[in-house]
Design a protein around this ligand. Structure first.
Ligand code: PRP
Ligand code: MN
Ligand code: MG
Length: 178
């Protein structure tokens, strides 16, 4: 177990398990986008780590760009409001866009991104998320590649923060319920 900001967490997904799954997703993307040059849109801050690792498992040409959203602030629950802190710079018109998230929880962030994407007119649009909380995704956003479905409990590590810390942990930890 691990203590973060006075709360107890237990190891949930090892770095090894994460990498193994990302390799599979990277393989699938390389196969499905063969002959095209997709652009990964990484959602800062949380997705920086998964994007860097996933990109290294993609064996076809691909590009990357970043946008930055915030909805959790320093809390364990969503504020219910998504703030765009940095816009995408790339021109996505006619591009094969793959949005990369670390986690889809309520789905509000992903919904915000998908709504925003409409005006960019990409040729195709798919979504990747390392983690998905099916029980919490009441917005029902479409997800194309999901690393792991997880219970509706707070998780940290591997890019995911609690009050901005814990992103540097190589493994993912889940809040110990009792
Ligand atoms: C977290 C996470 C996702 C989003 C998922 O970001 O990285 O982007 O929340 O939650 P949702 O499905 O309920 O919208 P956060 O707002 O904490 O910003 P951060 O990435 O900078 O940590
Ligand atoms: Mn995020
Ligand atoms: Mg966060």
């Amino acid at each position: 177990t691990l203590t973060c900001r006075g709360e107890q967490f237990r190891l949930y997904l090892t770095d090894e398990a994460i990498q193994e799954r990302l390799q599979e997703i990277g393989d699938a993307i390389s196969e499905e986008y063969e002959g095209r040059t997709p652009i990964l849109v990484s959602v800062l801050n949380g997705a920086f780590m998964v994007t860097a690792d996933l990109m290294r498992y993609i064996t076809i040409d691909c590009e990357i760009d970043f946008m930055k959203l915030s909805s959790y602030g320093d809390e364990k629950v969503s504020s219910g409001e998504v703030t765009e802190l940095k816009r995408i710079d790339a021109n996505l018109e006619g591009r094969d866009v793959i949005v990369v998230e670390d986690i889809v929880d309520t789905g509000l962030s992903m919904q915000f991104i998908l709504n925003m994407m409409e005006s960019h007119r990409p040729a195709s649009l798919r979504t990747v998320t390392l983690l998905h909380k099916p029980t919490s995704n009441d917005t029902n956003v479409p997800l194309d590649y999901v690393g792991f479905n997880i219970p509706d409990l707070f998780v940290i590590g591997y890019g995911l923060d609690y009050g901005q810390i814990a992103r540097n942990l190589p493994d993912i930890y889940i809040l110990d319920e009792e």
